[in-house]
Design a protein around this ligand. Structure first.
Ligand SMILES: Cc1ncc(COP(=O)(O)O)c(C=O)c1O
Length: 401
């Protein structure tokens, strides 16, 4: 049985499609990465959380509890903005948040779609960090925005660059201040304050996506942008990286003025996020149970990062420059000037290893010599072998030290 036949679109069918689908076409990079699911390719490309950290037995017990406590409610239709106790729990996590401003979503990905749906008309400007989370670009694309990339450095997006972009008039700024995907960067406190200050001056809404916030590898904690400007920030949180992405359980913290309209959009989209899933999730997070998981998660990903960093140094020396991320799941690297990471990926896949070329994270032309490596999935032996194969690909491509 073939589960995923590839059917090329013919002209008749192409004419049936709405204009908004024009930006939904597969990228060359996605086609190459498809090859990585075949054969013996070690992937540093995917961004999946480590499956061994999923609390499978706890989920079974939480399901049992959710059904025995109020099984009918867990299986009935529910409110579009989510179960009250889960919304209260979310509000309790952030200073300045109130439960009526929380909307439970089916993954943050749905939150991104909802925000774009209520805010964007075709041609509207959106300020976006460069690079930016590819899934946000794909969520916004069908609403046909015009992206205005904002340069980043190791401390996050650069305020002067943000100012230049906002001066052109934008609907919102999209940014991941904590352990960004793909750059792994954490915005400094000064940058957070500067972002909020510049956005305040231009009256710009900020969309703050924070899925990796709890995966920090040191004791430095900066406030989320939401806490610096609770009326000017849409904040997205999720259980995907701290519990399990298969739950599809996430939330939006909304400025008051957006609460009703986003709730209506959510209702039209899927009525509400699974009441069953929400009931189970609440059993998994209540009474501080989620926070108890953080130390083990942080330790796991920090040690994964350390192993990848060590193996990269050993196998590639100075042929690959990279920043050591202070949290999250990703490492952002730079190849020597003039090397196109997409060309290198083709060679790397032939050598049995994959990564994501940085270009995928830019709305238009990006920095061709950048790439993202994930440290979430392989074990030590996997990293040893993957970096050996990378070194062989560098040799074959002609990248010398
Ligand atoms: C920055 C960012 N935002 C959102 C998401 C999607 O998260 P969710 O599983 O909650 O839809 C991801 C997943 O990789 C991500 O990296």
């Amino acid at each position: 049985m073939t589960l995923a036949p590839t059917v090329p679109m013919d002209e008749v069918w192409a004419k049936r499609l709405a204009n908004r689908t024009h930006r939904m076409r597969p990228s060359a990079i996605r086609e190459i990465l498809k090859l990585t699911s075949q054969g013996d390719v070690l992937s540093l490309a995917g961004g999946l959380p480590a499956g061994e950290l999923f609390p499978v037995a706890e989920v079974a017990r939480a399901t049992e509890r959710a059904l025995s406590l109020n099984g009918v409610r867990a299986l009935q239709y529910g409110p579009s903005n989510g179960l009250p106790e889960l919304r209260e729990w979310v509000a309790g996590k952030r200073k300045g948040a109130e439960a009526y401003r929380v909307l439970i979503t089916s993954g943050s990905q749905q939150g991104l779609d909802l925000i774009a749906k209520v805010l964007l008309d075709p041609g509207d400007n959106v300020a976006i960090s460069a690079p930016a989370y590819m899934g946000a670009l794909r969520a916004f694309d069908p609403y046909e925005p015009n992206y205005l990339p904002v340069d980043m450095d190791e401390e996050g997006i650069v305020p002067a660059a943000l100012e230049t972009v906002l001066a052109q008039g934008v609907k919102f700024l999209y940014v991941v201040p904590d352990f960004d995907n793909p750059s792994g960067r954490r915005a400094s406190l000064e940058r957070r304050q500067a972002i909020v200050e510049v956005c305040d001056r231009y009256g710009t809404l900020i969309v703050e996506d924070a899925p990796y916030r709890e995966l920090r590898f040191d004791d430095t904690i900066y406030p989320p942008l939401f806490e610096l400007a609770p009326d000017r920030v849409v904040h997205l949180g999720t259980l995907s990286k701290t519990l399990a992405p298969g739950l599809r359980l996430a939330w939006l913290l909304l400025p008051e003025q957006l609460v009703d309209i986003v709730e209506q959009a959510k209702q039209a989209m899927d009525l509400h996020t699974s009441t069953f899933g929400q009931s189970v999730a609440y059993e998994l997070v209540k009474d501080g149970a989620l926070e108890k998981r953080y130390p083990a998660l942080r330790e796991h990903y920090r040690s994964q990062r350390d192993v990848l960093v060590e193996k990269l140094h050993g196998a590639l020396g100075d042929r690959l420059q990279f920043e050591v991320p202070p949290g999250g799941m990703f490492l952002w690297a730079t190849l020597p000037e003039g090397v196109d990471a997409t060309d290198l990926l083709r060679v790397a896949v032939e050598h049995g290893v994959a990564f994501v070329p940085g270009q995928s994270f830019y709305p238009r032309e990006g920095k061709l010599n950048t790439l993202r490596l994930s440290f979430s999935l392989l074990d030590e032996d996997g990293f040893t072998e993957a970096t050996k194969r990378l070194a062989a690909a560098f040799d074959a491509y002609g990248i010398r030290g």
